[in-house]
Design a protein around this ligand. Structure first.
Ligand SMILES: [Zn+2]
Length: 52
């Protein structure tokens, strides 16, 4: 089973662990949503994780 985070833009970040999926979504935000990346906390990201 993988972890996913659905971005508000429709992008889906995937990873085999919480660390993987958070690294993935941070990379996406860095390129597509730099302003959001500055505001979002580690706790926010952990709360967004879904198991697929
Ligand atoms: Zn996005």
């Amino acid at each position: 089973m993988s972890r996913i985070i659905r971005c508000e833009c429709g992008y889906v970040a995937r990873g085999e662990s919480e660390g993987d999926v958070i690294r993935n979504i941070r990379g996406h935000m860095a390129t597509d949503h730099p302003a959001l990346l500055e505001k979002v906390t580690q706790e926010d990201l952990l709360a967004w994780i879904q198991i697929e």
